[in-house]
Design a protein around this ligand. Structure first.
Ligand code: NAD
Length: 728
């Protein structure tokens, strides 16, 4: 079995077809790269071969580099990474030069990339080294360089070649944002050269090979007098681009993503030197990024473990539980969203609300989203009609007959939820699983209203449902394995990422977010400059500062949660200082973004302006302000310690879920790979030291949990200690 096959036809055109055995998508391994190199050598050396087509025998070209290769390279240290990358550069450069005379640039053999479908990462870097890229007109195909999304950057020449092909400005969205395009858009952007009908792909590639002249094989950067499109760094226009790009990247990443900065450095420095030197510079920056712990943590959480969870890593052993017909009770903000994502995934939906009008309004939410899709040409009118036809909006519970899953998203009131549970159970068959989308009520308590508590479970979506990819599945005390499998199969159908947690106050995500918000508000009360609080959060990679976050989620919701928590905890309630600020804001009608007044001020159109200046009058800023690092430690530890406690208490049973859930659920500093990865990066001993310091100054909420202290004493890491139980 080999990853590439080689054949020469009667006209002297060799075809190298990528076809990794046993995989639906080609990925590149070290051995495959060596084989590719040999086959290219063979074609170049064979006098009977006029040119080469590199294509795929699968419906797609390639999904990228096998991430295990990257892990192996990393294990070898800096020199091994650099040597490995330079080996790849050597092979790709050989393809690009294709045997031509380096002086006259004549005598090379044409090599064309023919892409039947998706071409990502190395799957585009290899074509970029070829002399022409022809893609099949396959609207489902995705073409691009997504490496930056997992904390690395295109390191097999993609960075250098694309920057030189398009210029720094035009290459920026593809390199810095990992933008993916379908073939037509990729052609329009200059990423590829030609789009042809799928059944013409190989014929056209062959035609091009047979017709190519010497000049067609010379890359612009190898031709005399090459100038970077848009200007190199010391060209007036290029200067503007590079200064702007630097500022933009820093503004977007706040300097916490090493890959973005390294990428920009590789492009900038590479633009000042000859092409082969630029490749070496790219390899050095790539080596540096690969050795940064952020990149391995990001790949682990955002790629490997996210995918493992989506594939059912924690699914109990139960027969397929795919949902055919789902009931959604409550057509408000959440119910409407759940109905939309379900119908969109091909599931029949019965959307029930107390009045027909409310149910219809919930359905019209789907219509609105589909209309937007049609406007953007992402959705066809037929698809829109098909999805809408799947949603039955009604007040009639008997319509739920035949549902194999019902999700309730009615008011957050145990009495209302209990009534709904009873009504649903009277209408559905005995096998139906019942799920609650509650965000705060214990599942085990709600299950008390069910005659089948083993079929009762929490499926907690985040708002807005169509955008947020995390779904928290909550196992109540009585929840059975089939209910968990059902919830997981449902989440897989709607293409979201699940985590499965045990039942406890606020489950996992909210449990960690609330202390983050509270710590921010507490600091306001202490006289910490609000801008310092917000910026400290962003400078450590949080997408929103705690004050902006509470404005977005609404201050009255915060008040409601605080009151309920206080009622449940009694004397032990620790957040009086937070409530003093929160309640005062609510009393003044400053309810956050929805009332255009909160910790921030908003203009007449509801657009957020700066922090509200009344804040300083109510909570005068202290003359001495804390160090940035201390504010950051408080904000991070508030979340992270809660995650550790959730693990220690058995709410979380898998640290992979803790990390993936934190990033997808509330945007926890993605560069870190999640709270447990962050703790592993700084080390348990350092974490305990930070927490002991914070405890002494700010109180027991920062006391390191016993688990963390024990790990510090033993010198353990979370992935070292817990990955053995669950493969990471
Ligand atoms: P919402 O007020 O927008 O919608 C609730 C809907 O339920 C309303 O349309 C209401 O008419 C309907 N309803 C009430 N009683 C009913 C009954 N007896 N039968 C049928 N329909 C009934 O609320 P929401 O924000 O969509 O929240 C719904 C649930 O989801 C709550 O449990 C909430 O805690 C949870 N949740 C909300 C969020 C969020 O961000 N809003 C996030 C996660 C979970």
């Amino acid at each position: 079995m080999t990853d590439f096959t080689y054949a020469v036809d009667g006209d002297g055109v060799a075809t190298i077809a990528w076809d990794v055995a046993g995989k639906s998508m080609n990925v590149m391994s070290t051995a495959a790269f060596a084989l590719l190199s040999d086959l290219v050598d063979q074609g170049l050396a064979d006098a009977g071969v006029k040119g080469i087509i590199i294509t795929s025998a699968k419906k797609d070209f390639a999904g990228g580099m096998d991430l295990n290769v990257i892990a192996e390279m990393r294990a070898g240290g800096a020199q091994a990474i650099f040597d490995g990358v330079m080996m790849m550069h050597g092979v790709l450069r050989k393809i690009e030069r294709a045997g031509m005379d380096p002086k006259t640039l004549k005598g090379g053999k044409p090599i064309v990339a023919a892409l039947p479908g998706t071409a990502l990462g190395i799957g585009l870097e290899l074509p970029l080294a070829c002399h022409r890229i022809i893609a099949a007109d396959n609207p489902k195909a995705k073409i691009g360089l997504p490496e930056i999304m997992v904390g690395i950057f295109p390191g097999a020449g993609g960075t250098t070649r694309l920057a030189r092909k398009l210029g720094a400005m035009m290459a920026a969205p593809f390199l810095l944002e990992g933008k993916l395009s379908d073939p037509k858009a990729a052609k329009a952007a200059g990423l590829i050269d030609e789009v042809v009908a799928p059944d013409q792909l190989l014929a056209r590639a062959k035609e091009w090979v047979l017709g190519a002249a010497d000049a067609d094989l010379v890359k612009p950067w190898d031709a005399k007098g090459y100038k970077m499109p848009g200007g190199a760094p010391y060209h007036p226009a290029g200067f503007m681009t590079f200064v702007g790009a630097s500022a933009m990247v820093h503004g977007k990443t706040m300097g916490v993503y090493p890959a973005a900065k390294a990428l920009l450095s590789a492009v900038y420095e590479g633009a000042l030197v000859p092409f082969d030197t630029a490749l070496r510079i790219e390899a050095r920056w790539f080596t540096s990024v690969l050795l940064n712990p952020s990149s391995s943590a990001m790949i682990r959480s955002l790629f490997i473990n996210k995918e493992a969870l989506e594939k059912g890593a924690n699914r109990p052993d139960a027969p397929d539980q795919s949902v055919r017909k789902v009931g959604v009770i409550g057509a408000g903000m959440m119910g409407a969203g759940i109905a939309y994502v379900s119908a969109n995934a091909g599931i029949d939906v019965v959307l029930v609300d107390a009045t027909q009008e409310a149910a219809e309004r919930g359905k019209s939410y789907s219509e609105g989203l589909l209309d937007k899709g049609v406007q953007r040409r992402k959705v066809t009118p037929e698809k829109k009609a098909e999805v809408l036809a799947r949603i039955e909006a009604t007040t009639d519970y008997t319509a739920l007959a035949g549902c194999d899953l019902v999700v309730e998203a009615v008011f957050e009131d145990p009495k209302v939820k209990a009534e709904v549970t009873a009504k649903v159970e009277a209408a559905v068959g005995v096998d139906c699983i019942f799920a609650s989308n509650t965000s705060t009520l214990p599942i085990s308590m709600l299950a008390g209203a069910s005659v089948r508590p083993d079929q009762f479970i929490g499926i907690h979506f985040f708002s807005p449902v169509d955008k947020m990819n995390l779904v928290e599945i909550i196992r109540g005390k009585a929840t059975g394995a089939r209910a968990v499998a059902k919830a997981l199969d449902f989440v897989r159908q709607i293409r979201k990422t699940p985590i499965v947690v045990n039942d406890a106050r606020f489950f996992y995500a909210n449990r960690c977010i609330i202390p983050y918000i509270n710590e921010g508000i507490r600091m306001v009360a202490e006289g910490v400059e609000p801008a310092l609080i917000e910026n400290a959060a962003k400078l450590v990679g949080m997408p929103l500062g705690p004050l902006q976050l509470v404005d977005e989620t609404s201050i009255d919701l915060g008040v409601k949660i605080a009151k309920a928590t206080r009622a449940a905890m009694g004397e032990a309630y620790p957040d009086g200082a937070v409530d003093a600020v929160l309640f005062a804001m609510a009393d003044q009608g400053r309810l956050g973004k929805k009332s255009s007044a909160g910790f921030y001020a908003y203009d007449a159109t509801g657009r957020r302006e700066g922090l509200w200046d009344g804040l300083e009058a109510a909570y005068p800023v202290s003359a001495t302000q804390p160090e940035l690092g201390e504010v950051q430690h408080r904000l991070l530890m508030a979340q992270v310690l809660e995650a550790v406690r959730a693990l220690q208490d058995g709410v979380l049973t898998d640290i992979r879920e803790g990390d993936v859930g934190a990033i997808l659920g509330w945007g926890f500093a993605p560069w870190s790979g999640g709270p447990f990865s962050w703790l592993d990066i700084i080390g348990a001993a350092r974490a305990v030291e930070i927490c002991d310091g914070l405890t002494a100054r700010f109180g027991a909420r920062f006391a390191p949990p016993a688990l963390l202290r024990e790990m510090a004493a033993k010198g353990e890491t979370f992935y070292g200690r817990f990955a053995a139980r669950k493969a990471a």
